[in-house]
Design a protein around this ligand. Structure first.
Ligand SMILES: [Zn+2]
Ligand SMILES: [Zn+2]
Length: 150
């Protein structure tokens, strides 16, 4: 069984555990996200999905499905690029971090999920607050170059 099939099975299990269901549409979008292997926009996903067998999907449905996948932590939304990425932990059995942060390679676009201490986030938020600056996101997205591309 391929990694993607395993990931889909795990995702189905996770949805069931949370009392919902990975419908064929949701599964199709999740698969497209995993296959993309890097951040992709909702419209990019729409293009991929609408060239596949099922009836054409309106953009609204795509956003609803993406909201669902993000809520289930099967996917994440990158605020800086407004793109989506499949969670890299779908294949692990362990529970997801409370809040995930991202290292984004500017060469290959690979995204790495990292956990950051709440204390650091609180400290950043405090720093911003002292400047009268209200952070619109508490999600860190740090650009850089990954190990493979370095
Ligand atoms: Zn994740
Ligand atoms: Zn890279």
């Amino acid at each position: 069984m391929s990694n993607i099939e395993t990931a889909i099975l795990k995702a189905e299990q996770r949805c069931r555990d949370h009392g919902s269901r990975l419908t064929p549409r949701r599964r199709q979008v999740l698969r497209a996200l995993i296959e993309a292997g890097q951040p992709i926009s909702a419209y990019g996903l729409l293009e991929v999905c609408n060239t596949q067998g099922l009836d054409a999907m309106p953009a609204m449905s795509m956003y609803r499905i993406l909201d669902y996948l993000v809520e289930q932590q099967l996917a994440h939304r990158l605020e800086s690029s407004k793109k989506y990425v499949a969670c890299s932990h779908i294949n692990c059995c362990t529970e997801h971090f409370q809040r995930t942060h991202f290292l984004i390679c500017s060469e290959c676009s690979q995204v790495r999920e990292v956990e950051v201490s709440e204390a650091l986030i609180a400290s950043l938020s405090g720093l911003a607050g002292a400047e009268g600056f209200h952070l619109s996101s508490r999600q860190l997205e740090l650009p850089g170059v990954c190990k493979e591309c370095h």
